[in-house]
Design a protein around this ligand. Structure first.
Ligand code: UD1
Ligand code: MG
Length: 495
């Protein structure tokens, strides 16, 4: 097991480094992050069987044969993250712990850090609850608002700024340079926590994409923090340091999780990871005083949410899963196809007898249709036809059985749509961002599911799952570059 060997070899070195650098909080944070990453790398595969036994599993819907994988593995990463951040508390305040007077201790900074961890912990709890009992949308909106209260209170006590600087062209209208939004600013930050947590969860459904987008956003914020850490204003400098303290361990555990979740995934990260990641960004944005820059980094998620709105708000039917559809193209000989079809028919008949075919212990039972059976049977046949041996290691990176599986946009029937929903779909069609199917009379019959993943596929026709994940990460990366140009170059034009 490569990960176990590397961890066994590297951990003692990192612990020794941590001991040497214990008086340097940022260096100590880096060491803690490395240890947390190594721990996640080892714990995730070790916990897989236990999670499956506990019924925490789901079918990988974009693969032939729909293999069953352990679900909610984000809870392992988040727990290790919380352990690392808790252990970091004495290291962060080590120099002040020895101060002669208790009044010299920076309780305000400790309160800031603890409130961040409290909000994060609440969201991990909510995410895990969602994975286990599939919460209703109203709770997914209400609970992040409540979870952000500790952070908002600390922001308030810390004389949090509630005014916004007006762009130059608006200053004449209001006869002032700034507007104080007061309580509205807190509403805006509370809404940001709700948005960040849910936005990652709805840009999901293919291997690697939840963790991948979070990694790009986190690394972008880290780059911004490093560039600004030596600010002439010590409070502003500490805001960036604070954000680094939270994000370095986040990136470490996310990288380890990405290793197991990227195509071909061995585990799913679950809603737990999506909420944990979203709240980490919201907390950094609020307490680090860069909520507007954060929104710029979230533009792909904002686009995905606005684009999805007709389905999310029930104006157009919204299937339980909107992830792209898998198609298999194979060069299996025609004779074998006939044989496969007979196997499919037999499989379908058996499935009809039993009603459902659920993965053992799965919370997401998949109805066994003729198509499912076809996927399974073709996948088995392709495995036996494969000339390439499966790699001996624990992680087959490119299983030949999936070589001919592509993703195409999944679709939603438009029957039952509200008139406003149909109007928006028509608008999307005119803008060239929706693929609408029409009947012989020109009436709209179906549309691609309204997600960024499906939209990329509408433009590219078909991609493999790995290619689609890479495209989304490229979009996220390009967005980060654009966000920094807007924030640091163009803002001079407007402000
Ligand atoms: C959100 C999306 C839903 C999407 C789902 C996929 C909205 C309103 N909801 O729902 O459209 O289908 O996420 O995560 O946009 N899965 C895979 N491959 C992956 C990741 C997930 O097949 O790489 C499947 C697995 O069956 C897994 C399930 O998605 O068990 C997880 O779905 P869940 O997180 O419960 O869906 P939601 O967050 O409710
Ligand atoms: Mg989800």
């Amino acid at each position: 097991m490569m990960h176990a060997k590397v961890t066994a070899a590297v951990s003692p070195v990192v612990v020794a480094l941590l001991w040497q650098l214990r008086d340097e909080p940022l260096a100590a944070c880096l060491c803690m992050a490395a240890l947390a990453g190594l721990a996640t790398w080892c714990v995730v595969p070790a916990a897989t069987a236990t999670f499956k036994r506990a019924g925490l599993s789901g079918a990988d819907l974009a693969k032939p044969g729909r293999p069953v994988l352990a679900e909610s593995m984000g809870v392992a990463a988040a727990t290790i993250y919380l352990a690392a951040t808790f252990l970091f508390i004495p290291l962060q305040f080590r120099s002040q712990l020895a101060a002669p007077s208790r009044h010299a201790f920076p309780f305000e900074r400790l309160g800031q850090y603890l409130s961040a961890l409290l909000s994060l912990q609440s969201m991990v709890f909510l995410g895990f609850a969602d994975d286990v009992i599939d919460l209703r949308w109203r709770y997914k909106l209400l609970l992040p608002t409540i979870a952000s209260i500790p952070v908002l209170v600390v922001y308030y006590v810390g004389h949090g700024v509630t005014h916004v600087v007006l762009p130059v062209f608006m200053r004449g209208w209001f006869a002032t340079n700034t507007v104080d939004l007061g309580a509205l600013y807190y509403v805006y930050m509370g809404l940001m926590a709700v948005f960040c947590t849910n936005a990652i969860n709805i840009l999901a459904g293919i291997n690697g994409v939840e963790v991948g987008q979070s990694l790009v956003i986190a690394v972008s914020i880290i780059a911004k923090d490093i560039a600004n850490i030596n600010s002439s204003n010590p409070e502003a400098g500490y805001c960036h340091l604070f954000s680094l303290y939270l994000l370095l361990p986040f990136v470490a555990v996310s990288l380890a999780l990405y290793y197991w979740n990227v195509y071909p995934a061995r585990v799913f990260v679950g809603d737990t990871y999506c909420y944990f990641a979203g709240m980490t960004f919201a907390v950094c944005g609020i307490l680090g005083h860069f909520s507007k820059t954060l929104l710029l980094l979230f533009v792909p998620q904002i686009f995905n949410f606005v684009y999805s709105a007709p389905q999310i708000f029930g104006l157009v039917p919204c299937p339980r899963h909107r992830l792209p559809k898998m198609v298999v193209e194979s060069s299996i000989p025609a004779g074998l196809v006939a044989k496969l079809q007979r196997a499919v028919d037999a499989d379908s008949a058996a499935a009809c007898d039993s009603g459902f075919e659920a993965a053992p212990g799965s919370r997401h039972p998949a109805p066994a249709t003729g198509l499912d059976a076809l996927h399974r049977t073709i996948s088995t046949a392709m495995l036996s036809f494969s000339k390439t041996e499966r790699p001996a290691g624990p992680r087959p990176r490119r299983p030949s059985a999936h070589a001919a599986a592509y993703l195409v946009p999944s679709r939603a029937a438009l029957a039952g749509s509200r008139p406003l929903g149909l109007l928006i779909v028509r608008l999307y069609e005119q803008l060239g961002i929706a693929d609408v199917e029409r009947d012989a009379h020109g009436a709209m019959v179906s549309v691609n599911n309204l997600t960024l993943l499906n939209l990329v596929l509408v433009q590219c026709r078909r991609l493999t799952e790995a290619q689609l994940n890479n495209r989304i990460l490229l979009i996220q990366l390009a967005n980060s570059a654009l966000a920094f140009i807007i924030r640091y170059q163009l803002s001079n034009v407007f402000y």
